[in-house]
Design a protein around this ligand. Structure first.
Ligand SMILES: Cc1cc2nc3c(=O)[nH]c(=O)nc-3n(C[C@H](O)[C@H](O)[C@H](O)COP(=O)(O)O)c2cc1C
Length: 339
């Protein structure tokens, strides 16, 4: 297989999800393989100090590359080769066979995070299927019981995070609350994707601008309340649970699992709205672990999942069609790639 054939597919691969939509992955074409690494400037040093979400995002990208390549008839495989110091997770290289997957490029294109209202929660069948997807890798997916207690935990987590100036500065850096922002169609979290009305987006922008002054006056509490209660928007809360003692390379593997879980949900007409703050804050992570009866360190990802009532806006990308709805056909070579 000629590796350069993969280049034209890159824009579609960039549809992979990443925390804060930073798109941290970087590909480098070498004679016999494509190196998959990451750009430290796109890592969330304050919000994701352990790098868990970075590695999940990189794994999700790897799985996306394999699906897109397989759908285009390319025989590509992934070889994990984690090297934190050199910022490498592994290699994509020519293979004897096409990657075996039931997902198609159109699934990659259509899947999206949905922070809006859900008409229903996943049924037992859908839950069993995504649990099986994770169990095949030694993990599991479980619905959080007594989800009524989660509202309080979410408020605690949000307040803790909004009280941390470094986390807030980082969030502000990646927020795209005004369509005039130069990177509105490139990356980050837009007002539309966050399901914010124009006045709400303007209010949030003003509040974050005044953060240093207003922080001691209780702004973190206000900011935490301003987003409303995501749990009131319906759905069930699911947790992705890791096997015991998962290492960094294992987290990348579970990023691949996470993508398969999301695409499985998508195929069942469901969507996910991650609530990572619940496991970013030690106290709420412990409480969530207790609700699920698992060790807190095994909690890898948490999301509200349900049946969307309308298609969520498509998020922006630095490569390819950006936030504009141009369809998966725009995978041609004119796209700007940043490596
Ligand atoms: C590991 C990981 C953690 C995430 N955590 C959150 C989160 O806590 N809250 C949220 O609203 N979105 C979260 N997201 C969703 C991203 O913001 C989203 O994938 C990105 O903006 C791209 O949008 P898309 O998924 O619609 O393509 C997370 C995504 C990943 C991969």
């Amino acid at each position: 297989m000629d590796l350069s054939a993969f280049r034209t597919l890159e824009p579609l691969c960039w549809r992979a999800p990443s925390a804060h939509n930073t798109q941290p992955w970087r590909l480098r074409y070498e004679p016999d393989a494509i190196r998959v690494g990451w750009d430290p400037d796109q890592a969330l040093k304050a919000a994701d100090p352990t790098g868990r979400d970075l590695r999940l995002s990189l794994g999700a990208f790897v799985e996306t590359c394999l699906i897109v390549a397989a759908d285009a008839g390319l025989r590509l495989e992934y070889v994990a080769d984690h090297d934190d110091r050199n910022r490498r997770v592994g290699w994509l290289r020519p293979a004897r066979y096409r990657y075996r997957t039931s997902f198609r490029a159109t699934d990659v294109w259509e899947r999206r995070t949905d922070r809006g209202r859900f008409a229903g929660a996943p049924g037992g069948d859908a839950l069993a299927v995504v649990d099986l997807v994770a169990r095949q890798a030694g993990g599991g997916v479980r619905a959080v019981p007594r989800a009524g207690r989660l509202g309080g935990l979410l408020r605690v987590a949000d307040r803790r995070l909004y009280a941390d100036p470094a986390v807030v500065a980082e969030l502000r850096h990646w927020l795209r609350l005004d369509p005039a922002h130069p990177d509105y169609h490139a990356d980050g979290l837009s007002d539309r994707c966050l399901d914010l009305s124009r006045p709400a987006a303007a209010g949030l922008r003003a509040a974050l601008g005044a953060y240093p002054v207003l922080r001691p006056l209780g702004l973190p509490r206000l900011l935490a309340a301003a987003g409303g209660d995501p749990l009131a928007r319906g759905g069930a809360v699911l947790a992705l649970i890791a096997p015991d003692g998962l290492d960094e390379a294992g987290e990348v593997e579970f990023g691949r699992v996470l993508l398969r879980v999301w695409l499985t949900l998508h195929a069942a007409g469901l969507a996910a709205h991650p609530l990572s703050q619940l496991i970013d804050v030690a106290a709420t992570r412990t409480a969530l672990g207790a609700l699920l009866g698992v060790a807190p360190e095994r909690l890898l990802h948490v999301a509200r999942v349900g049946r969307p009532i309308r298609a969520a806006p498509r998020s922006a990308r630095r490569v390819g069609g950006g936030g504009r709805d141009l369809g998966p056909v725009r995978t041609g070579g004119s796209a700007r790639t940043t490596r």
